[in-house]
Write a protein that binds this ligand. Structure first.
Ligand SMILES: Cc1cc2nc3c(=O)[nH]c(=O)nc-3n(C[C@H](O)[C@H](O)[C@H](O)COP(=O)(O)OP(=O)(O)OC[C@H]3O[C@@H](n4cnc5c(N)ncnc54)[C@H](O)[C@@H]3O)c2cc1C
Length: 391
């Protein structure tokens, strides 16, 4: 007789492991399957999270590499805007360490983790879920419910009959040695990062992460690194580049009978920045509450699990709508227009007004966008803003 787990979670990224800790903590037998042998590796992430993320989830201080309370933004022609806050609003975490610590936490609460277990397929029926990990069926695993927290590239959510992710971009990043970089720099311009932006984020003394998110593939990161070397900001010619797709819209359906998709597998990523850790953890919390209720009532039907999607949309729906609007507007701006907006903002008090808001946050962007658009200097953009109340 095969063991039947209450829940099998596919993918031990931060989202899968956090959810496992919540389910195991409620007494559900929980198995996490991770295809890699090392948790958190290979890594392709800057690891920037905000204060709400740190205060809401079990992220230990030892994973924090650096606190961030300022950043300088560069326009295509080199105009600058500096945003600074009295206290840190963002933190750079060691991403492999974050993943490892959340996986350890899940195991301490009773979840079982198996590494080197790539899930190849799954079958869902009225009796339960069969998870295929080997080629011949001998290694199949069984559960009452499955959670797909595989990150974006996996085809498993589609195999499980969940919807599609309509919009996505490409993220590329390299760790580089730097000359005395003190704060994060963000570079804007359709020639630098079409539709998105590039960054240089200091991590530990003498080191930084240089990265680009763009709507198209292309040698954008190589061009950025060349430019940063020529300007003396980056020291070495050598840098190993990682690439990964980033979801920019939620999956059209994130639940079904006995199955949920959570985290980047569900497209739960900030549309404005591509950050997926916080949204993924917020949605994992919704998934934990829905599954706890469903197991309590013995009803794992699609109708019973629909509460998960309702829950995460009620928490993040406005952020997704406003973020998608801002992202789409920015994607249509020419470099000249971006420069013009920089000039208007430079000549105004928009930056201190926004960073001085009581609820200014790296985790929640819609209030800051709405506040900036209220300013006289951005009236032209305000007229295009279709939302009345964003909070
Ligand atoms: C260049 C770049 C920079 C980024 N910077 C930031 C940032 O600063 N802040 C931020 O919040 N976000 C950032 N992100 C996004 C962030 O990395 C992701 O949104 C986040 O990792 C999503 O977490 P997750 O747990 O949903 O998925 P993942 O972290 O992708 O974890 C999924 C796990 O599932 C495993 N898996 C996949 N398929 C299978 C399978 N079939 N069987 C078993 N295991 C499987 C994978 O090996 C992986 O361990 C960045 C992304 C990129 C590309």
């Amino acid at each position: 007789m095969h063991k039947k787990w209450d829940v099998i979670i596919v993918g031990a990224g931060p989202v899968g492991s956090y959810l496992a800790s919540r389910l195991a903590g409620c007494g559900l037998s929980t198995l996490i399957l991770e295809e890699h042998l090392d948790i958190g590796r290979p890594s392709c992430c800057s690891g920037i999270v905000g204060t709400s993320c740190l205060s809401s989830f079990p992220i230990p201080p030892r994973v924090i590499l650096r606190e961030t309370s300022s950043a300088t933004f560069y326009s295509p022609s080199g105009k600058t805007l500096r945003a600074a806050t009295p206290n840190p609003v963002a933190f750079v975490v060691d991403r492999p360490m974050l993943d490892q610590s959340l996986a350890e936490h899940a195991q301490e609460l009773g979840a079982v983790l198996r590494l080197g277990m790539g899930v190849r397929g799954l079958k869902i029926n009225g009796e339960g879920v069969t998870i295929q990990v080997g080629g011949n069926g001998h290694d199949d695993l069984h559960a009452r419910a499955v959670v797909l927290s595989t990150g974006f590239p996996s085809s498993l959510p589609e195999v499980a009959g969940l919807g599609l992710i309509a919009r996505w971009g490409i993220g590329a990043q390299a760790e580089v040695p730097v000359n005395g970089l003190e704060e994060t720099e963000v570079y804007l311009g359709q020639g630098i990062a079409p539709g998105f932006f590039a960054w240089l984020v200091p991590t530990t003394p003498g080191k930084a992460l240089a990265g680009v998110i763009s709507s198209q593939t292309g040698p954008y990161l190589q061009a950025l690194l060349k430019d940063l070397r020529q300007r003396g900001k980056v020291k070495s010619q050598e840098s190993q580049i990682c690439f990964r797709r980033i979801a920019f819209s939620p999956r059209s359906r994130t639940y079904g009978a006995r199955v949920l998709a959570v985290g980047e597998a569900a497209g739960q990523v900030k549309v404005t920045t591509g950050g997926g850790i916080f949204y993924g953890l917020v949605c994992a919390e919704e998934a934990a509450q829905t599954l706890k209720r469903a197991f309590g009532s013995g009803d794992l039907s699609s109708r019973s699990l629909a509460g998960y999607e309702k829950g995460w949309k009620s928490r993040l729906g406005t952020e997704f709508k406003v973020g998608a609007w801002a992202r789409s507007l920015y994607g249509r701006l020419s470099d000249r227009r971006i420069d013009d907006i920089f000039a208007r903002v430079q000549g105004s008090d928009i930056v201190p007004t926004v960073t001085g808001m009581d609820d200014f946050s790296f985790d929640w962007h819609s209030p800051a966008i709405a506040q900036a658009l209220k300013h006289q200097a951005l009236q032209g953009l305000r007229r295009l803003f279709p939302f009345r109340d964003t909070h």
